[in-house]
Design a protein around this ligand. Structure first.
Ligand code: FE2
Ligand code: FE2
Length: 307
């Protein structure tokens, strides 16, 4: 019998879930940006700045399209795969009914977020006449999760998948929060992010509670195996290969002299070193602390590789 103290978030979901409570976000016709300029370093390159505000707007719109594309992949292919398997009782660990029921509410929320994102993408496209360039078919997690699971014995894979999703759900909450506070972007983009944040706040505590229940009820061998696999997962998750590839495609789509194009590509920022100071890592370590992982000596020590 597993030990747990878990109370369903269902009453809060019924009254506050955005699918239950928010009107459709409609794009407005103002001069504000579609995407925060500080999130797209390409716009700050002098050779791009020289090309003027229309090119800047084009880059920001394409970057919003990629952000939306990433959200759709994340919600429907990553989070919902795990949440649905928990909800249906197919997960290797036997979560209490209240957890499974709440996992199904997460599935609904995430599908709705993907729907809202698609609706908004379509509105931007109609308003601006700018079609998306070729979008990535994967996000970092699409590679990081299967690669990490492949290093583990079958019996440890579900637990690792749970941790990977819980980590990334906590990361996206922080990211969407930062986005929703930005003052330079359109009210409707901010509104869409604020709606998303309202649901993700509930999700991040849901995943923390699930990991806590899971982690405190598994045997020591499982904790050791998963704890040892975490650094590899984080290395794979925090790469920027896919973003860099997209940025290169974006530079190719802009009309500019070939020599400038080469210079811009050569100056593209390489990834942040993956240390504890990495902007996403700070948040990830807060999650490890909140979910009890750092109370486990061997896991704490395995994470010491990130100094
Ligand atoms: Fe979401
Ligand atoms: Fe979520």
């Amino acid at each position: 019998m597993i030990q747990h103290q878990y109370e369903s978030h269902s009453p809060i979901w019924e009254s506050r879930a955005t699918i239950r409570s928010r009107p459709r976000r409609q794009i407005e016709d103002d001069a504000l940006q579609y995407y925060p300029i500080e999130r797209q370093p390409l716009c700050l390159h002098p050779l791009i700045v020289e090309l003027g505000s229309e090119v800047e707007k084009y880059i920001l719109i394409q970057s919003l399209y990629k952000y939306i594309n990433d959200i759709i992949i994340f919600e429907t292919e990553i989070v919902n795969r795990t949440a649905r398997s928990i909800a249906k009782g197919l997960f290797l660990f036997d979560f209490p009914f209240a957890c499974r029921y709440d996992a199904m509410s997460v599935v609904i929320d995430e599908d709705y977020h993907a729907y809202v994102a698609m609706d908004y993408l379509n509105q931007v496209q109609t308003q601006t006449g700018i079609s998306p360039i070729v979008m990535p078919a994967e996000i970092e997690l699409s590679r990081a999760i299967p690669r990490t699971l492949a290093t583990l014995e079958e019996k440890y894979r579900d637990g690792m998948e749970l941790l990977a999703v819980a980590i990334s759900e906590n990361t996206i909450t922080a990211d969407v929060a930062a986005f929703s506070r930005n003052l330079t972007i359109k009210r409707s983009v901010k509104g869409m992010m604020a709606d998303h944040l309202a649901d993700e706040g509930r999700h991040s505590s849901f995943w923390i509670k699930l990991v806590k229940i899971y982690w405190s009820n598994i045997d020591e061998a499982t904790r050791l195996a998963i704890g040892a696999a975490l650094p590899y997962f984080l290395q794979q998750y925090l790469t920027n290969d896919i973003q860099a590839e997209f940025d290169r495609r974006l530079v190719m789509a802009i009309a500019m002299p070939e020599s400038s194009r080469r210079d811009v590509m050569a100056d593209m920022v390489s990834s942040y070193p993956i240390t504890k100071q990495h902007p996403m890592m700070v948040n990830i370590f807060n999650f490890f602390k909140a979910s009890g992982l750092l109370d486990h000596g061997p896991t704490r020590r395995s994470l010491d590789v990130f100094i």
